[in-house]
Design a protein around this ligand. Structure first.
Ligand SMILES: Cc1cc2nc3c(=O)[nH]c(=O)nc-3n(C[C@H](O)[C@H](O)[C@H](O)COP(=O)(O)O)c2cc1C
Length: 218
């Protein structure tokens, strides 16, 4: 395989697989129901890691930032994710508590975008969520210092080893900086890719009562 980036890019395709059809006229009245349906369908279709999502935040001056995190849940309270409050994203959320999430499920040519304000769940809830996860998740959280400058790989190896030992010894070890955040959706957009580029975009916007739905040009 060649290594010329432009050549490689020209050789690649999207929406080149059989894609499901999506009739927005039959979509449910609220975006959480549709998200839950699409998520289950992504899992059933064999989409790898459908529970990973891009999380966009912004600096105080509005400069955007983005990274991948895991989805911890989506319910009437919002879309949940967890991280260290002292990380770069945690600091950004502390001063500008708004974010956007992006899911892409290429097996079905589907994208979901969610935007809205973010709040931190009570500490006990974040700790319970962490302790219900794997030993690796607890060890990673215990390692701490996320987004700080790392002096050397050895420093990380030492801290990680200690964290793994502690996570195994003390499965309920508290990690005070670990925080569960919830994004409260103001807007949720569902995109169904189409081989003929007649993509369907259905956006839900929160109104005083319930949700308004509109189609968007692709
Ligand atoms: C697949 C995947 C899942 C990840 N999940 C999380 C997560 O749930 N929480 C988290 O803090 N970081 C997670 N990360 C690491 C983040 O992408 C990021 O490197 C880290 O949180 C630091 O981001 P920040 O400096 O913007 O705060 C994940 C990375 C990948 C590739």
């Amino acid at each position: 395989m060649g290594t010329d980036l432009h050549e490689l890019l020209r050789s690649l395709r999207v929406w080149d697989v059989e894609l499901p059809s999506f009739d927005p006229a039959t979509a449910p009245a609220d975006p959480l129901t549709l998200f839950t349906e699409w998520f289950a369908e992504a899992v059933a279709a064999g989409q790898t890691e459908p529970h990973t999502m891009s999380l966009a935040t912004a600096d105080t001056d509005g400069t955007p930032d983005v990274r991948t995190v895991m989805l911890h849940g989506a319910d009437a309270q919002g879309w949940a994710f967890a991280t260290h409050a002292g990380s770069r994203k945690g600091r950004q959320l502390a001063v500008r508590p708004y974010a956007a999430l992006g899911f892409y499920w290429p097996v079905q040519g589907r994208q979901v975008r969610v935007r809205g304000p973010v709040t931190a769940a009570p500490s006990a809830e974040g700790q319970a969520d962490l302790h219900a996860r794997s030993t690796g998740a607890l060890a990673a959280a215990l390692t701490g210092r996320q987004s700080e400058v790392l002096g050397s790989p050895e420093e990380l190896a030492r801290a990680s080893e200690e964290a793994w030992e502690r996570a195994q010894r003390e499965p309920d070890a508290p990690v005070p900086s670990w925080t569960l955040y919830r994004l409260h959706p103001q807007e949720v957009e569902f995109f169904q890719g189409d081989a003929r580029r007649r993509h369907v975009r259905l956006v839900y916007r929160r109104e005083r009562e319930g949700w308004a739905r509109q189609l968007l040009w692709p």
